[in-house]
Ligand binder design. Structure first.
Ligand code: SF4
Ligand code: SF4
Length: 57
């Protein structure tokens, strides 16, 4: 897993969870977590309206 989610920036909108093709993102209480299914495709980072996700390829 090579994405970073900034918990302080995240607005908890859920957009990234819906767009992830691998089902790697999960809303946990008031933040988002990525699991090992992440393929670093970068879609979540593109969809995030506040730029809270950083993908390292
Ligand atoms: S980089 Fe792609 S696979 Fe990984 S969490 Fe984001 S949308 Fe899902
Ligand atoms: S798209 Fe961005 S703001 Fe929305 S839940 Fe995901 S990380 Fe948070």
């Amino acid at each position: 897993m090579s994405i970073k989610i900034n918990r302080y920036k995240c607005g908890y909108c859920g957009a990234c969870v819906g767009v992830c093709p691998s089902g790697a993102l999960e809303l946990v209480e008031t933040w988002v977590e990525a699991n090992d299914c992440c393929t670093s495709c970068g879609l979540c980072a593109k969809i995030c309206p506040v730029g809270a996700i950083e993908v390292n390829k």
